[in-house]
Design a protein around this ligand. Sequence first.
Ligand code: IMP
Ligand code: MG
Length: 181
Amino acid sequence: MTNRPYTIDRMISAKSIAARIEDLSHEIEAEFADTEKLIVVGLLRGSFVFIADIVRELDLPVEVDFLEASSYGDGTESSREVRIMKDLRGEIGGRDVLVVEDIVDTGFTLRHVLNLLASREPRKMRSIALLDKPSRREVDIRADWTGFEIPDEFVVGYGIDYAQRNRNLPFIGKVRFTDET
Ligand code: IMP
Ligand code: MG
């Protein structure tokens, strides 16, 4: 399945992403205006481009940490079983935390990560996802901020991969299999 031929159709431009991040970062700044320090937690690997852009827009004292959760294998379907492959380096108890995710799809990953981090009792925790596919949701969870709602399409680019490829595209595109009839 992973070596099926495909092309990528443009969906969200780099320019639209940048404009949306600028708007969202103002809302995040307002929400955390009183923070001593905001710990921005990127979920590896898909959020690495998004988190880099967000932190550079945030006019707040920020620390960056990463967590890797895996739910997808190399295909396009969620396995529903979320595993923590790499935990945070720092403590978040009593701190302000922003969790940064690339896509909320079935919702299993974000729910698992938010429950795990909430158990460490941060002072305040919020979440942001660049993309949301509401029609795919299987568990009742949503990020506090969403960049773009998208239909049920498999997307790549801007950090997001298909079988580890296409993360370096500067825009979001949808995968179209060319052997489909
Ligand atoms: P969920 O647990 O089903 O919500 O899956 C969330 C994770 O699946 C995201 O963090 C992505 O890594 C991955 N994912 C979901 N949809 C896509 C997609 O369209 N392209 C690439 N990865 C995706
Ligand atoms: Mg992910």
